[in-house]
Design a protein around this ligand. Structure first.
Ligand code: UGA
Length: 435
């Protein structure tokens, strides 16, 4: 099939590269000329495991190409995916300017029937606006359909999530659209969920908000654990074995971040409000997350007594492992809070150092975890990268000014670190708060 993907971001580029790998003819279009020129030279705009190889294969085998011309994409392809950004406005609602612009451009160049598929995360009822916009700006009266196909991939595991999703949601309202998308996705051999467009849009907002709610819930339970002497890991393991609950997304930590959960929870609160419903539960989910970040910084402060003039070594800056993405990363809030209190921060992240240089100019960036620990009064773990799990703790202990580890992702076994002579503080591990 001939497919175009508009927007070469985390979702668009992976979608394009994966469809090309499945044998389709794919054009990826983006109005960022530098990004497109780089992609044509094989340079990725962000780090995602396996993506570079997948893109290279698609280009080498002439199934994948990149352009800045939306006209070219519209002319060449029957199915057009809109995967542009829907950032957060100051008011919290989703900014749909890019989606609207793409819908208008598509209308202007439509040479015959096209299926326009929303892949960006959008508020419910966006589909009807996309339809209205295309109809309004259409130059010639060609037929077209609009569909919604929300994406559930996660950064860091994007390719396997795309190729082997738990389900594919297809919001379709004509037989032609249903047939085209069913044919496209059938080879994946996973459940296809056919719904109307509004329900598909809602499935995405509701899913992300539910996952954020799970994390905020366990972070709230972690607070009770700290105050009662229980261990949140054990609580989550015990709860998670109930299949109605499930263990995933029940890991307490420094709070959720990234470009999806914070903006989608906010946008879901906002669209609900516009529709006349006060989604109080989601407001609490968001507030718990804000408290979690602040509370972690305060925990370091308590452990050090006076923060001013102290050096804090930080392991992990990205909002989660296997990505260089620092958008809405809890590390930013935590570091800025500690800097505000007069701390000096040294940090290491396996992938996010480029981003960190831009976003946190006052942080001393280090070559490895040991460098970050050298001369620090405390070592704080903010991202659960695998490579932090097994470190040379004897060496770390010698490098630190005091053997204090504040583990924001519960990566380490408290007993093991205490046996090695560390003072260990985790999240929701009541016993760890003792001095
Ligand atoms: C999330 C969803 O998981 C995807 O299904 C969705 O497609 C994507 O948003 C999107 O809308 O584009 P992602 O933002 O890549 O994916 O990251 P997650 O793996 O969901 O993690 C989000 C945050 O929650 C991270 O900061 C992570 O550290 C945190 N988290 C996750 C926890 O604190 N505890 C957990 O148990 C799980």
């Amino acid at each position: 099939m001939d497919i175009s993907v508009v927007g070469a971001g985390h979702v668009g580029l992976v979608t394009g590269a994966c469809f090309a790998d499945l044998g389709h003819q794919v054009v990826v279009v983006d109005n960022d000329a530098k990004r497109i020129a780089n992609l044509q030279r094989g340079v990725m705009p962000y780090y995602e495991p396996g993506l570079e190889e997948l893109v290279a294969r698609g280009v080498r085998e002439s199934r994948l190409s990149f352009t800045t011309s939306i006209r070219e994409a519209v002319v060449k392809s029957t199915i057009l995916f809109i995967a542009v950004g829907t950032p957060q406005k100051a008011t919290g609602e989703a900014d749909l300017t890019y989606v609207e612009n793409v819908a208008r451009s598509i209308a202007q160049h439509l040479p015959g029937y096209r299926l326009v598929v929303e892949k960006s995360t959008v508020p419910v009822q966006t589909g009807q606006w996309v339809h209205h916009t295309i109809k309004t700006y259409l130059k010639r009266k060609h037929p077209f359909d609009v569909a919604s196909n929300p994406e559930f991939l996660r950064e860091g595991t994007a390719i396997q999530d795309f190729m082997k999703p738990d389900r594919v949601v297809l919001g379709v309202e004509t037989k032609r659209a249903a047939d085209l998308l069913t044919k496209l996705y059938k080879p994946l051999g996973v459940p296809l969920v056919l719904t109307d467009i509004r329900s598909a849009e809602l499935i995405k907002h509701a899913s992300n908000s539910f996952l954020a709610m799970k994390i905020s819930f366990i972070n709230a339970v972690a607070q009770v654990c700290e105050r009662s002497g229980a261990d949140v890991q054990q609580v989550a393991d015990g709860m998670g074995l109930d299949p109605r609950i499930g263990r995933s997304f029940l890991s307490a930590g420094v709070g959720w971040g990234g470009f999806c959960f914070p903006k989608d929870v906010e946008a879901f609160i906002k669209i609900s409000e516009q529709l006349g419903y006060d989604f109080e539960l989601l407001k609490a989910v968001r507030n718990i997350n804000e408290q979690q970040k602040r509370g972690f910084a305060a925990k370091i402060q308590r452990a050090l007594w006076v923060v001013k003039g102290k050096t804090i070594g930080v392991l992990g800056l990205a909002f989660k492992p296997n990505t260089d993405d620092m958008r809405y990363a809890p590390a930013i809030d935590i570091i800025e809070y500690l800097q505000g209190e007069g701390a000096r921060i040294k940090a290491f992240d396996p992938q996010a150092m480029g981003e960190a240089k831009r976003l946190l100019p006052r942080v001393t960036l280090c070559q490895d975890p040991y460098e970050a620990a050298r001369g620090a009064d405390c070592l704080a773990v903010l991202t659960d990268w695998n490579e932090f799990k097994e470190l040379d703790f004897r060496r770390l202990k010698k490098l630190l000014r005091q053997p204090l580890i504040v583990d924001g992702r519960n990566v380490y076994d408290p007993k093991r670190l205490e046996a090695l002579g560390f003072r260990y503080i985790g999240v929701g591990r009541g016993r760890g708060e003792t001095h």
